[in-house]
Design a protein around this ligand. Structure first.
Ligand SMILES: C[S@@+](CC[C@H](N)C(=O)[O-])C[C@H]1O[C@@H](n2cnc3c(N)ncnc32)[C@H](O)[C@@H]1O
Length: 408
């Protein structure tokens, strides 16, 4: 697989449509993900549900789990299936909602919506309507649906936060959601995030599980619960997809939740995103803890000096506690070295760890044994080199696993 970098979201949509047109029109072709009735069975759909579906629908199933485990769809519901594909779940929901209910199947790919429209009419599913559109901009009124189902679509959507906010908008208060989707444990950090061919592998576009669940909580969903984790990619016929998935610890989850009675404002959502614990966790996962701790050490050192000089010029006297000052710099320097050394687990390279420990050692020597500004500065330079090296190795390892010829 060769990466061509610098794609736009429109090109991601084009790649997604290309892939799923093939799933709709030529389902017996070779795909890197499981497709068809066999995949349905593997993921836990009961035989009676599979057997009741028209063959033309079953053959194009490309879901990643069994969202009905959450039991969101009730009799009489207006149900929205987001990224419905050929309509496997939409037709199951049609039976659950019954003649008084209504299912709206939405999908981005025209070949999928064409297929579902035709088969739903032929098979007499009168309570199903089919809409071509994007999850990021749902063409429905506020609070107009009772339940939402989605299977394997969100990982393909570029702006997931917008899609989740849209789900919240169209769902009535206390409305229920069932989702099966791909999540990862280690985030994808290289430029390939923008590459549509990798995106449609279903791993690169996926979100870290905790962030995925937080997206829903932020938007105003409550009782967000993972009901089952599925080792979905172990069923992939592609060795490379299995390797990519293992590297990012990708799997699918089946999640249930309901919309709260009130939704938080955009400002409240932003404030939640600024939560320091969340920021630190996200930094750690992305491998930036070393760099951020190094910046904190430099600021504690030279920033304090600059602030003291400035205040003195303004006539403000300041008594600096030198022990506390040195201790703070040392703490951040040691933290930076530890975080950089932890990169070994990802890329198996000793170099950055050795350089980082040397840098932190030099800084500690200057602070606590024999102070010299040149020595202290050299320590910071060594640490900066180690942080840079670590990031390069992490990116290189990721690019290797993803089969990229060049990461930029
Ligand atoms: C993995 S397939 C799953 C299809 C179906 N849910 C199933 O279980 O067979 C994902 C589907 O999501 C659709 N999709 C991808 N991005 C979308 C978007 N932004 N808005 C709506 N649908 C989208 C694709 O066209 C594709 O049909």
């Amino acid at each position: 697989m060769v990466a061509i970098l610098g794609y736009t979201r429109e090109q991601i949509f084009t790649a997604v449509k290309g892939m799923y047109t093939a799933v709709a029109d030529a389902p017996s072709s070779h795909f890197h993900f499981p497709v068809g009735a066999g995949a349905c069975r593997t993921l836990g759909y009961p035989d009676e549900q599979i057997d009741a579906l028209p063959e033309a629908i079953r053959e194009s199933f490309a879901g990643v789990g069994y969202p009905f485990r959450a039991g969101a769809v009730r009799r009489g519901d207006t149900v929205l299936d987001i990224g419905a594909g050929a309509g496997n779940d939409a037709l199951i929901a049609s039976g659950l909602a019954g003649p008084d209910g209504h299912v709206i199947a939405l999908d981005l790919t025209p070949a999928m919506t064409r297929k579902l429209k035709r088969v739903a009419a032929e098979s007499g599913h009168r309570n199903v309507s089919v809409v071509q559109g994007s999850a990021e901009q749902l063409p429905f009124a506020d609070g107009s649906v009772d339940s939402i189902t989605s299977n394997g679509a969100l990982n393909l959507v570029p702006d997931k936060r917008r899609a989740v906010n849209e789900m919240c908008r169209v769902l009535r208060p206390d409305g229920r959601v069932q989702i099966a989707d791909v999540v990862i444990r280690r985030p994808v950090t290289v430029d390939c995030h923008e590459d549509p061919r990798l995106w449609v592998e279903c791993v690169v576009g996926a979100t870290v599980e905790e962030d995925f669940l937080t997206l829903f909580r932020d938007a105003g969903f409550e009782d967000v619960e993972v009901l089952r984790e599925v080792d979905y990619f172990s069923h992939s016929p592609s060795t490379q997809t299995r390797e990519v998935a293992a590297s990012f610890d990708a799997r699918s989850v089946e999640v249930g939740m309901r919309r709260g009675s009130r939704t938080p404002s955009r400002v409240a959502q932003w404030l939640k995103r600024l939560n320091p614990v969340r920021l630190v966790k996200s930094m750690w996962r992305r491998g930036f803890t070393g760099t951020v701790s190094l910046v904190a050490a430099v600021l504690a050192c030279y920033g304090t000096l600059a602030a003291v000089a400035l205040l003195t010029m303004m006539g403000v006297g300041l008594a600096l506690n030198e022990g506390l000052w040195a201790g703070t710099i040392a703490l951040f320097a040691v933290l930076a070295a530890a975080a950089i050394a932890a990169g070994f687990r990802r890329h198996r390279g000793y170099g950055p760890a050795v350089l980082a420990v040397a840098g932190a050692g030099v800084i500690l020597y200057a602070l606590f044994v024999d102070y010299s500004m040149i020595v202290e500065l050299s320590g910071f330079i060594l640490l900066a080199g180690a942080a840079f090296w670590d990031i390069r190795l992490r990116r290189g390892e990721e690019a290797r696993v993803l089969g990229l010829e060049s990461s930029g």
